[in-house]
Design a protein around this ligand. Structure first.
Ligand SMILES: [Fe+2]
Ligand SMILES: [Fe+2]
Length: 260
């Protein structure tokens, strides 16, 4: 099984990067299954029906979310009916949508779990205990399990990865939009990276217009932030998983630009 997991897709430039570069990357790695974080896919904030459909028909199999999940109100009309859209699992009971799902593929059953960190983020339920509970419930139901851990603090992300090392196939960090260079297969066999990076405008501050973000820091007043324009990038990791024992054989980081 050969998979791609792609960092936060930001707005129209991020979708353009997917449209123009994903199929080439999928061909290069002979990819079977692709997961991407879509929390910023519609105008930089949240996701809507049109963008969900566009991304799910452009070669992405599953979309995960994060703290921006509710920013576009259209999500409430689609999240309960879209099994390929996963939101953080550690929201309170009764929250619409699903925090994980299992996908049947010719090479095995793939569980995808999305969880949010709590350090410098909203006070959700404990992601460590919540994912423990989910793994308990899903025992024997998957062959490959990916966790998108959407979190700010490197310490929380690494702690989470080591805590679940050997119990899931991969823990892949999202949310900071900056790709880290610490991809590794941990001692227990779990593939890990602190952050997959961002799929969106390259010349930006986390995908947003630089001047507006700088103005926000300089004035300490609210400034309307828009998605930046110009050249685009796609970032993430490729995972190769043994068909025989479902262990990760390789994790390779990729980052590709398209100059515009
Ligand atoms: Fe994001
Ligand atoms: Fe985020």
């Amino acid at each position: 099984m050969r998979m791609l997991v792609i960092g936060d897709i930001v707005g129209r430039p991020g979708r353009r990067a997917i449209k123009e570069m994903l199929s080439e990357i999928k061909d290069r790695y002979a990819v079977d299954f692709t997961v991407a974080n879509g929390e910023n896919a519609a105008g930089g904030r949240g996701i809507n029906r049109e963008v969900t459909d566009e991304l799910l028909s452009s070669g992405i199999d599953v979309l995960t979310m994060g703290n921006h999940v509710w920013d576009n109100k259209e999500i409430f009309d689609l999240i309960d009916d879209q099994p390929r859209l996963i939101r953080p699992c550690n929201y309170p009971p009764g929250t619409p949508g699903r925090g994980y799902n299992i996908f049947e593929t010719p090479t095995g059953r793939i569980a995808v779990i999305n969880a949010s960190g709590r350090v410098f983020m909203d006070a959700l339920e404990c992601p460590f205990y919540k994912v423990n509970e989910i793994l308990e419930d899903l025992k024997g139901q998957w062959d490959i399990c990916l966790v998108d851990f959407h979190a700010e603090a490197t310490s929380e992300k690494r702690a989470f990865a080591y805590y679940f090392d050997g119990r899931v196939t991969a823990v892949l960090g999202t949310h900071t939009h900056i790709q880290t260079a610490d991809e590794a297969i941990l001692g227990g066999g779990t593939a890990y990276i602190t952050d997959l990076g961002m799929t969106g405008p390259t010349d930006s501050i986390l995908g947003m217009n630089k001047e507006q973000v700088i103005k926000k820091f300089l004035t300490q007043r609210p400034v309307r932030l828009e998605v930046a324009k110009g050249s685009v990038q796609i970032q993430g990791v490729f995972l190769e998983i043994s068909d025989a024992d479902k262990r990760v054989v390789k994790i390779e980081r990729f980052s590709q630009d398209r100059k515009l």
